[in-house]
Design a protein around this ligand. Structure first.
Ligand code: HAM
Length: 418
């Protein structure tokens, strides 16, 4: 029969061969976040559409082109979350978390949805881990978040990444820069793409994000936002750079790094891995001091990041993919007479936390060994007519080929010394 159902474009199944790596990655993230004092938050998959319109911004790519928005049965407009900062801030406000302490540090590992053109490292349902530190306006908090991110990437074995930082200042600094950028770009208007022409009057800073070669070359001599930052914004950025250096975190400044979401103020940053091709941004983040207020809370400064898990896994590469817990034991049943002993032994091993397989298909010894190999088994235990009267089993190390005979009563402690 023809299989007529497949995953939807831009979505993927995570099969057991991969899910183990996902779980290891998630365990590492949970442990590290705990060490850094962040508590896990899980929010619903869908939210009011207005939450994203108000926070991410109606003329961002995410809101204008990529959201999965639908009307439910009661004609309420809902959206599958395309990002998590706004939902986390919605939860912060809704649950009055500011009452619990002056600082709130939250993290998440969850799925998101954006209707983008799928390609390697770009999906329509994808996963992020991220952290949001809510309450401090100071540069040391930005530095803590960035160094948490770099520590995480190091622990996850991500190589060849580069941290890029910038500041887009507060609203007053940006207003001055906006005028300067419009003045600079207006003479080039005819050379700009249609979308950039439109952005020139509406949101000129977004042009800095362009991937168009011609526009990149025009922008190379554009005014630098650093020259427009007010004293406080400039001090914040200088402090951040100093603390990063003090922590041994290397970075590069990119004057065009503005990020495509409307809520950012002051610090913006990304982690890039140039070996990944088109989708080279592994993580993105920044400060968003006005967001809590914008969605109905008290004025509260905050800073955070999110990392794309699929892109992290692509950059970790194949060599780290299989890191099975050891040992993995395959109990080989060589005769019908030992079948019940095999079942009981497997049960005992599993109850004692050992990863154990045995065959329920009653296959030949050769087929069982082939299966043991497919399952990355480290040891095979042979139980047959010869071993049964001696109440022993032959244990073979499948890496070295060494074989020893062990009494059944001692076999658990052979694998799990007390
Ligand atoms: P973002 O830059 O939109 O920021 O996404 C963060 C990361 O999610 C990206 O660097 C990328 O690795 C991954 N990502 C984004 N879209 C896709 C996709 N279609 N397929 C696979 N991976 C993708 C945010 O989401 C902000 N909320 C980050 C933040 C947190 N800012 C402050 N706090």
């Amino acid at each position: 029969m023809k299989n007529s159902f497949k995953t939807i474009k831009g979505t993927k199944d995570i099969l057991p061969i991969e899910s183990q790596q996902w779980r290891e990655l998630e365990n590492n993230i949970h442990n590290i976040m705990k060490n850094w004092g962040y508590g896990e938050i899980r929010t619903p998959i869908f939210e009011s559409t207005g939450l994203f319109e108000r926070s991410v911004g109606t003329d961002s790519d995410i809101v204008s082109k990529q959201m999965y928005t639908f009307m439910d049965q009661s004609k309420t407009s809902l959206t599958l979350r395309p990002e998590l900062t706004a939902p986390v801030m919605r939860a912060y406000v809704q649950h009055n978390m500011e009452r619990e302490g002056a600082m709130t540090k939250l993290y998440y590992i969850d799925s998101l949805f954006r209707q983008e053109r799928p390609q390697a490292g770009r999906l329509r349902q994808f996963n992020q881990f991220g952290a949001e530190a809510i309450g401090s306006p100071n540069a040391e908090q930005d530095a803590e978040v960035i160094s948490l991110l770099c520590n995480l990437l190091d622990k996850l074995n991500v190589k060849n990444y580069e941290l890029v930082i910038n500041s887009i200042g507060s609203a007053s600094s940006r207003k001055l820069y906006r005028t300067a950028l419009i003045n600079f770009l207006s003479p080039f208007k005819n050379d700009l793409s249609n979308i950039s022409k439109k952005r020139l009057s509406e949101n000129p800073l977004r042009i800095l994000d362009t991937k168009d070669e011609k526009e990149i070359s025009i922008l190379s001599s554009a005014p630098d936002i650093m020259d427009f930052l007010n004293g406080e914004d400039l001090k914040h950025f200088e402090d951040l750079k100093k603390i990063l250096s003090q922590l041994g975190v290397s970075y590069k400044r990119d004057k065009n790094l503005v990020r495509g979401l409307d809520y950012y103020t002051k610090t913006t940053f990304e982690i890039i891995n140039n070996n990944l091709g088109g989708q080279n941004a592994l993580c993105g983040g920044g400060r968003y001091d006005k967001l809590v207020e914008k969605i109905g809370g008290k004025s509260t400064p905050a800073v955070g990041f999110a990392a794309g898990i699929e892109r992290i896994l692509l950059s970790i590469g194949k060599e780290n993919k299989i890191n099975h817990n050891k040992p993995i034991i395959y109990i080989v049943c060589t005769t019908n007479n030992t079948r019940n002993t095999v079942i009981n032994l497997a049960d005992k091993f599993r109850k004692n936390g050992l990863s154990t397989h045995f065959d329920t298909l009653r296959r030949s010894v050769k087929a069982q060994l082939r299966e043991a190999n497919r399952l990355f088994s480290t040891h095979a235990i042979f139980l047959g007519d010869e071993e049964l009267p001696k109440e022993s089993a032959n244990v073979k190390d499948l890496d070295s080929g060494e074989q020893v005979s062990i009494l059944l009563k001692d076999i658990l402690s052979h694998f799990k010394p007390k």
